[in-house]
Design a protein around this ligand. Structure first.
Ligand SMILES: NC(=O)c1ccc[n+]([C@@H]2O[C@H](COP(=O)([O-])OP(=O)(O)OC[C@H]3O[C@@H](n4cnc5c(N)ncnc54)[C@H](OP(=O)(O)O)[C@@H]3O)[C@@H](O)[C@H]2O)c1
Length: 265
């Protein structure tokens, strides 16, 4: 059965499908196969990074899938130690991925632990040249985002941060929203006890898995999520989260796991 369509979210510069394929620790032929399988299953968003060392394989999987490049949202990231070498690093990513542009380019971590507006200025310039459709950051604090805005007048389109029920923080979501910055969540499963009774009870209500409940919970909070898998069964299950919705009460019960940290494995 074809899964119900995954919603997209407007970023400045591009619309991002709210569920994408994570590829950290996907390597070699396995990464290539996972990407091609995911795209054939209906994924339209791939998350890689120069630092993952798999942009070649992600690009080959994209080419092998038969899905047109224009139908797929591709994210890659600048390693913090490449600050100052933004253009050559992006050009190398484009060559490896076999594409003329990426849809989203992120500063993977604050270089040397600081906001680094000079790198952000180069991101803006390379976006304005058309090599990238949208630009953002990852692992930035709100104070560091404010530094980028103060220096350039432009906020990142998105901040990709660790996110899971155990990380739930309404104030942090509100702080991003107040600045017009979308939130992308990473490591949804690694940071969660998927046997937690609250998640199990809610999963039973909808006849889905606890992993699907966690992904759906991200969507209910308008958080983009990029679960990684190389298993065809789990790839399919992770995309199948648009045919059910959580109730307000269910969302609140999952949010409450963040306050206690009980969902952390
Ligand atoms: N910006 C950053 O600094 C940063 C940091 C970390 C991650 N990321 C991105 O976020 C992506 C996701 O995070 P992650 O890879 O750290 O962790 P994750 O997606 O939370 O977890 C991946 C693990 O969960 C397993 N899994 C997948 N689907 C499952 C399911 N339905 N039920 C149970 N287990 C399942 C996978 O195994 P199988 O493969 O065997 O299914 C794998 O062991 C990364 O791949 C990467 O693209 C970004």
């Amino acid at each position: 059965m074809t899964p119900a369509a995954i919603p997209t979210l407007a970023l400045r510069g591009a619309d991002i499908p709210m569920v994408g394929l994570g590829t950290w620790l996907s390597e070699g032929d396995e990464a290539e196969r996972a990407v091609a399988t995911a795209l054939r299953l209906g994924y339209r968003h791939l998350d890689t990074a120069t630092g993952y060392g798999n942009e070649d394989q992600v690009g080959r999987g994209l080419a092998d899938s038969g899905v047109p490049r224009s139908a797929v949202f591709v994210t890659t990231k600048l390693p913090p130690d490449r600050a100052g070498r933004e253009r050559e690093t992006l050009e190398s990513s484009l060559t490896k991925l076999g594409t003329a542009h990426v849809d989203l380019w992120l500063v993977h971590w604050p270089p040397h632990g600081v906001a680094t507006p000079t790198t952000w200025e180069r991101f803006i310039a390379l976006r304005d040249e058309g090599l990238v459709r949208a630009i953002g950051v990852s692992n930035y604090s709100i104070a560091q985002i404010d530094e980028l805005i103060a220096a350039t007048g432009e906020a990142p389109a998105i901040n990709q941060i660790p996110w899971s029920p155990a990380d739930f923080d309404a104030d942090l979501l509100a702080a991003h929203a107040a600045r017009g910055v979308r939130v992308g969540g990473y490591s949804p499963f690694k940071r969660t006890d998927l046997t937690h009774p609250v998640l199990s009870e809610i999963a039973a209500n909808h006849t889905v898995s606890t992993a699907q409940v966690v992904l759906r919970w991200h969507l209910e909070h308008t958080v983009v999520v990029i679960p990684k898998s190389t298993s065809p069964e789990r790839l399919a299950a992770n995309l199948d989260v648009a045919r059910f919705a959580l109730t307000t009460d269910e969302v609140s019960r999952i949010d409450a796991l963040g306050a206690t940290g009980r969902a952390t494995g």
